[in-house]
Write a protein that binds this ligand. Structure first.
Ligand code: PMP
Length: 388
């Protein structure tokens, strides 16, 4: 055993397994659990999209595509980005179709990070960012946002951690796990600091379609930011296509060309049948996205109001499908709270500390669950809190 371990690289040995897994494994071993733990839509992919995939298989489109993805799909992505977010990318050499936003993040970081380069990660954050920075040979530098500001990054926080080694900043709006959305003005303030220190920005916009209260602003749409932004998006969340493993990168040509080298050697191309499905999603999926969004908004309103009524103070998240209530009134750590809630009332949530230090004192609840399940979860949480 010891001998086998000695084969591992130092980087991988140091990597900690995701804190979310432990709760999923525990919840999976129990019966009657209401899971508010998983970060994925509860909708099945719209039928038209599934049908387009089936048709592509019937037509025998089962070979590799171009490394960057089907040109037809890249053209659709280019039109979509312009139509929805007012950002313009050339399908010929500024777009790469990837295996989910996950691979897009990996490729982006590996293309820009030199050994020891620092990448600022705004926490609480999606659990993959810091490990992906480490795997790329960089050093993740966490910045802690605060519940006091609804977990919005304060631009001066960037200045407090910038060093000559800082290469990039990863932002995510709407955010996982907090649901926080940064508006145009807030992004412009970040842009100002980013330009001042000549940083690159990796903007993870995977939840851009799920923005409930205001018009979404894409980071490269902010003045002068396109040239220093790697835009990441995909089909998993807005189009309910998590299992298809399809995302994309949009970046200025020099960056995209470098990323394509990595993509071509490691992945060859994204799954062909999923690419045909994605063309249909972009051409005719807008009504389905709107329908799902309307449903999430309704569930968000119910769930967040109910949490506040229970005394678990929670800001109204502007996007994604997560509520991030404070459990500080219970005097438990978020791990203790999540574990007891699961064991005693069979409701699975994710302790906030797995998303970074400032997530301590909070839990992440996904409201991508039926209204009936959410109502039952609230009943159980009420009982749990009354017993404390
Ligand atoms: N970024 C964020 C913020 C996410 O929450 C997720 C999925 N949980 C991803 C990226 C990865 O998405 P994909 O399924 O496209 O790989």
């Amino acid at each position: 055993m010891q001998k086998t371990k000695s084969y591992l690289s130092d980087t991988v040995s140091r990597l900690k397994p995701s804190g979310i897994r432990r709760f999923f494994d525990l919840a999976a071993s129990m019966e009657g659990v209401i899971s508010l733990g998983v970060g994925e839509p509860d909708f099945i992919t719209p039928w038209g999209v599934r049908e387009a995939c089936i048709l592509s298989l019937e037509q025998g489109y089962t070979s590799y595509t171009a490394n960057a993805g089907l040109l037809e799909l890249r053209k659709e992505i280019s039109d979509y980005l312009l139509r929805r977010f007012r950002v313009s990318y050339d399908p010929a050499d500024e777009l790469i179709v990837t295996v989910g936003a996950s691979q897009a993040l990996d490729v982006s970081l590996r293309a820009i990070v030199n050994p020891g380069d620092e990448v600022i990660v705004v926490e609480p954050s999606f659990v993959s960012y810091a490990p992906l920075v480490s795997l790329a040979g960089g050093v993740p530098i966490p910045v802690q946002t605060s519940g006091t500001y609804q977990f919005k990054l304060q631009p001066e926080q960037i200045e407090q951690v910038v060093t000559p080694k800082t290469k990039a900043l990863i932002i995510c709006s709407p955010n996982n796990p907090t649901g926080t959305v940064l508006n145009a003005e807030e992004l412009a303030q970040i842009a100002h600091i980013v330009a001042k220190h000549d940083l690159l920005v990796i903007s993870d916009e995977i939840y851009a379609e799920l923005c409930y209260d205001e018009q979404y602003t894409s980071f490269p749409a902010i003045a002068h930011m396109r040239e220093r932004t790697i835009l990441i998006n995909g089909f998993s969340k807005g189009f309910a296509m998590t299992g298809w493993r399809l995302g994309f990168i949009a970046a200025p040509k020099d960056l995209a060309t470098a990323m394509l080298k990595i993509h071509q050697y490691t992945m060859m191309c994204a799954p062909t049948m999923a690419q045909y499905a994605a063309i249909e999603a972009l051409r005719n999926g807008a009504d389905d996205v709107e329908r799902m969004k309307k449903s999430y908004r309704q569930r968000r309103n119910f769930f967040v109001q109910s949490l506040n009524e229970l005394g678990l103070s929670c800001h109204m998240p502007g996007g994604a499908f997560y509520a991030f209530p404070s459990i500080q009134s219970t005097a438990m750590t978020s791990e203790q709270f999540a574990e007891r809630l699961l064991l005693e009332e069979k409701v699975a949530v994710v302790p906030g500390n797995v998303f970074g230090a400032s997530g301590e004192g909070y839990i992440r609840c996904s409201y991508a669950s039926s209204l009936e399940q959410l109502q039952e979860a609230i009943r159980r949480m009420k009982r749990f809190l009354e017993r404390l």
